[in-house]
Design a protein around this ligand. Structure first.
Ligand SMILES: Nc1ncnc(NCCc2cnc(NC(=O)Nc3cccc(C(F)(F)F)c3)s2)c1Br
Length: 273
């Protein structure tokens, strides 16, 4: 039966539904496990694609890391299997899908402060749990956050996460907007990279744009290294205080996650959420 760890899952155990999204390496479908009727998200990854981009090890590391993490704000990897062409990740289904779609559809492409604070709190909670398990996520951004039916955060896609401390280059990555200075300079880094990304995320939630966004990569790099960004007039001073204590060039001087969760802006705004 399905309880025993030796059961070999296969595509035959699932009825595939609509496509939920597509990534560079494959697609995500909503699916139903035939025996229990349990609804999941099925992420398919094309082996040839993974091989071409030399990321096979990353997917195995993701599976290894994810199978040890269990937290209410981390999207659960339920199981995985593969066939001749593909690797399949059987994931918890987040009913409200990708958070970035809600961000781009929001008025002014930004969240009201109470909602932004709630999300930052929940991402901080998930990251604190990861760090307690010696895992750095390294890729916190709106595209990797999902929302449940109750509008709560699920941190997803540990494809780039590593065990701390690390020097692993994040070679092929989408946007540079979230890269911390220590990674831009290819220096040794640790958990603090996630705090930097949290600062970038908070700024983007409140303004609709990441702080160092520019036309070209080099300008983005330069702005990150010189901390060249400013706050639009509508940002509250409490929010500005939190962001300015996360977007700090020296990783060790960034606010810790418990301090983020206790920050006055978070506490104040969550009362209104
Ligand atoms: N509504 C929804 N409810 C649940 N899930 C949804 N989408 C899937 C979210 C994901 C969770 N985990 C993921 N992991 C990877 O993608 N890993 C990945 C991918 C490529 C390469 C690599 C690597 F090989 F480079 F590491 C690793 S995607 C949606 Br929409």
């Amino acid at each position: 039966c399905y309880g025993n760890p030796e059961y070999n899952w296969s595509l035959n155990d699932f009825e595939l539904g609509a496509r939920l999204g597509r990534g560079k390496f494959g697609r995500v479908y909503i699916a139903r496990e035939k025996y229990t009727g349990y609804v999941v998200a099925l992420k398919t990854l094309v082996k040839k694609e993974l091989h071409k981009s030399h990321v096979e090890k990353l997917i195995l590391r993701e599976i290894e890391i994810q199978s040890h993490l269990q937290h209410k704000h981390i999207l659960q990897l339920l199981t995985w299997f593969h066939d001749s062409h593909r690797i399949y990740l059987v994931l918890e289904y987040a009913q409200k899908g990708e958070l970035y779609k809600h961000l781009t559809n929001a008025p002014g492409k930004r969240f009201p402060e109470p909602l932004a604070a709630k999300y930052i709190y929940q991402v901080s909670d998930a990251l604190h749990y990861c760090h307690q398990n010696q895992v750095i996520h390294r890729d916190i951004k709106p595209e990797n956050l999902l929302l449940t039916i109750t509008n709560d955060i699920k941190v997803a896609d540990f494809g780039w996460s590593v065990h701390a401390p690390s020097l692993k280059r994040k070679t092929m990555c989408g946007t540079l907007d979230y890269l911390p200075p220590e990674m831009v300079k290819n220096q040794e880094y640790s958990y603090h990279v996630d705090m930097w990304c949290l600062g970038v995320l908070c700024y983007e939630f409140l303004t609709g744009k990441p702080p160092f966004e520019s036309e070209d990569q080099d300008t983005t790099y330069r702005k990150i290294r010189s901390l060249d960004f400013d706050y639009p007039p509508f940002i509250s001073s409490a929010a500005e205080n939190l962001i300015s204590r996360l977007l700090v060039l020296d990783g060790k001087s960034r606010l810790s996650l418990p301090e983020v969760m206790k920050h006055p802006w978070i506490q104040e705004q969550m009362k209104k959420a």
